[in-house]
Design a protein. Structure first.
Length: 447
C-alpha cells in the first residue's frame, strides 16, 4: 500500500507523540484520584494487569489497522472492510474523541489558569483556602470559558502545523521536560516525613477493597490512559513508516504510560499522607490537596509551578491526538486545507465544551441521569465508549481484517517468531473481548 505524504520524521518522534497521546489527564489527573477513591495499591495492580494483557494488545491492533490501511480512522475501516458494518468503528472513534476533548479541554483550561496564577505566586498565599480558590475559579463562568478557549487555541495552532512541524516537533520537547520535572517532584515528595504511609497506600495492594465497580474503573482507566478505543492510535500509526516495529513501539508507549502513572502516584500520595490530607478528594485532588501541601513546604511556590507546568505539558500532548483524529478525518474525506479544518474543529469543540465548562457554575443544577454535563460526558466516554470501542476493534482485527495483512504489519521491523504473533492474535480474538464483556456484565450486576 502507498505511504502517506505526511509522515513521522523518526521512530522516536512517533513513540514520544504516541506516549504523549496516552500520558495526560489519564495518568496525571485522573489516575491519582481514581486510585485514591478505588482502593489504592489494589487498583494500581489491576490497572497494570489490564494495561499489559488488554491495553497493550489493543494498542498493537490500532497500530496495525492504521499503518495497514495508511488512512485516518474513518477511511481505515472503510478501506480494510468495505461495505461492511465494521466501517462504523471509525465514526465511533471520531465522535468519542470529539466528546472526550470537549470536557477534557475544560480541565485543560483549569490547569492553564492555575499555571498562569502560580507563576507570580498568586495560588500559594497566606490564608488561602484552596477549596474556595478552586471553587472560585471553576465557579466563574467567564474564567472557565476563557481558559477553555485558550487551551483549544493552543491545540488548533499545533494541529494546523501538521505532523512533523506540529505534533512531533512539540512532543519531542514537551515529553522529555515532563519526565525531568516529574522526577524532581517525586524526589521532593518521597523525602517528606510520613511519606512512607502514602507509598504503602499506593504500592501495597489490599484486594479486600476491590469490587466489580472498582475493576470496571481500572479497565476504563487502562483504556483512557493508553488512548485506545477511539482509534486515535489508528490515525497516528497511519503516518508511520513500514520499517518500524509496531510491537516494540506499543510496548514502549505502554511502559512509559505505566511509568508516568507510577511517578504520579509517588508524587502525590506521599505528600497527601505526609500532611494528613485525604486521598479520596476526587477530581479536585490536584487543585485542592496539592497546593495545600506545597504551601507547607520550603520553595512550595516553585514546586507547585513546576508541577502545574508539567501537568499542562502532559495534557497538551494528549489533547493533540484528539484534535488530530477529527482534523485528519475531515481533511482526507473532503480534501480541504488542514489549517482551516483544525481551526474550525477547534471552534466546534469550544462550542461543545461550553456546557461542560458551565457544569460547575451556571449549569450546576442541570443533570443527565443524575450527573452534571461534565461528569456525564466523562462517564459516557470512559465507561461506555472506550470499552465498547475496544470490543469492536478486537472483533474487527480478530475476525474481519485480512489475517495475512495483520501478520504482515505485525512482522514488519522485527524478527519475532510465528508463535509470538499467534499468541497476540488469539489474545485479540478471545481473551480481550471476553474480558471486556465479563468485566462490564460483572460491574452492572448481571454476573
Amino acid at each position: 500500500m502507498d505511504q502517506r505524504k505526511d509522515q513521522w520524521a523518526s521512530k522516536l518522534g512517533f513513540i514520544l507523540s504516541s506516549a504523549g497521546a496516552a500520558v495526560g489527564l489519564g495518568a496525571i489527573w485522573k489516575f491519582p484520584y481514581m486510585t485514591g477513591m478505588n482502593g489504592g495499591g489494589a487498583f494500581f495492580f489491576i490497572f497494570i494487569l489490564f494495561t499489559i494483557i488488554i491495553g497493550l494488545p489493543l494498542l498493537i491492533a490500532e497500530f496495525i489497522i492504521g499503518r495497514g490501511a495508511q488512512k485516518e480512522a474513518i477511511s481505515a475501516y472503510q478501506k480494510l472492510a468495505p461495505k461492511s458494518i465494521f466501517s462504523f468503528i471509525g465514526h465511533w472513534g471520531v465522535i468519542g474523541a470529539f466528546i472526550l476533548m470537549s470536557f477534557y479541554s475544560v480541565v485543560g483550561g483549569w490547569v492553564l489558569i492555575y499555571s498562569l496564577l502560580s507563576i507570580p505566586g498568586m495560588v500559594i498565599t497566606d490564608g488561602t483556602q484552596y477549596a474556595e480558590l478552586f471553587a472560585s475559579i471553576t465557579g466563574n463562568p467567564l474564567l472557565t470559558i476563557v481558559g477553555l478557549a485558550l487551551f483549544i487555541f493552543i491545540n488548533s495552532f499545533v494541529i494546523s502545523s501538521g505532523i512533523k512541524n506540529g505534533i512531533e516537533k512539540y512532543s519531542k520537547v514537551l515529553m522529555p521536560l515532563l519526565f525531568i520535572f516529574f522526577i524532581i517532584i517525586v524526589i521532593r515528595s518521597v523525602t517528606f516525613e510520613g511519606a512512607m504511609e502514602g507509598i504503602q497506600f499506593f504500592l501495597q495492594p489490599d484486594f479486600s477493597k476491590l469490587n466489580g465497580e472498582n475493576i470496571l474503573y481500572a479497565l476504563g482507566q487502562a483504556f483512557f490512559s493508553l488512548a485506545v478505543g477511539i482509534s486515535v492510535m489508528v490515525t497516528y500509526s497511519s503516518y508511520l513508516d513500514k520499517n518500524v516495529s509496531l510491537g516494540s513501539s506499543a510496548a514502549s508507549v505502554s511502559i512509559m504510560n505505566i511509568f508516568v502513572s507510577l511517578l504520579a502516584g509517588l508524587a502525590i500520595f506521599p505528600i497527601v499522607f505526609s500532611f494528613g490530607l485525604e486521598p479520596t478528594e476526587g477530581p479536585g485532588l490536584l487543585f485542592i490537596v496539592l497546593p495545600e501541601a506545597f504551601a507547607q513546604m520550603p520553595f512550595g511556590e516553585l514546586f507547585l509551578s513546576l508541577f502545574l507546568l508539567l501537568f499542562l505539558f502532559a495534557i497538551l500532548t494528549s489533547s493533540f491526538s484528539m484534535l488530530e483524529i477529527i482534523t485528519a478525518a475531515v481533511t482526507e474525506k473532503k480534501n480541504v486545507s488542514r489549517k482551516s479544518v483544525a481551526w474550525i474543529a477547534g471552534i466546534l469543540v469550544l462550542v461543545a465544551g461550553i456546557p461542560a465548562a458551565l457544569s460547575s457554575n451556571v449549569l450546576a443544577d442541570f443533570h443527565i441521569f443524575g450527573k452534571t454535563v461534565f461528569d456525564a460526558s466523562d462517564f459516557l466516554v470512559s465507561n461506555i465508549m472506550l470499552p465498547a470501542g475496544c470490543l469492536f476493534i478486537s472483533i474487527f482485527i480478530g475476525f474481519k481484517m485480512d489475517k495475512q495483512l495483520v501478520r504482515q504489519e505485525f512482522s514488519y521491523g522485527n524478527n519475532l517468531s510465528n508463535g509470538v504473533f499467534q499468541t497476540w492474535y488469539q489474545l485479540m480474538r478471545w481473551v480481550v473481548p471476553f474480558t471486556i464483556i465479563i468485566v462490564f456484565l460483572y460491574s452492572i450486576g448481571v454476573i
